[in-house]
Design a protein. Sequence first.
Length: 103
Amino acid sequence: MPSSAAPEAKWCSAACRKHGVDATDRALEQRIDELLAARARTSSICPSEVARSIDPDDWRDLMEPARRAARRMMARGEVEITQHGSVVDPSTAKGPIRIRRPR
């Protein structure tokens, strides 16, 4: 496990494990928490909202890191990843996703 990861970190995939968790990743996870906390419990957010809130000019570069952050959070049971309102396996989900609190 990379030294930058907390011992309790759960990894969503081999790619996440290889990348490790840096300050940007922690900021994305925190922002997911903040955006969800500011919404109704039944609401969801898009990874692009997370990326745009961190870097409004170069948010596209943060799209995959935002999706990875959501996958890590799902692996820890903090969020669910959905498509068309149904929870999906983030390792196989293709296309647009939404992030919400577990129901």
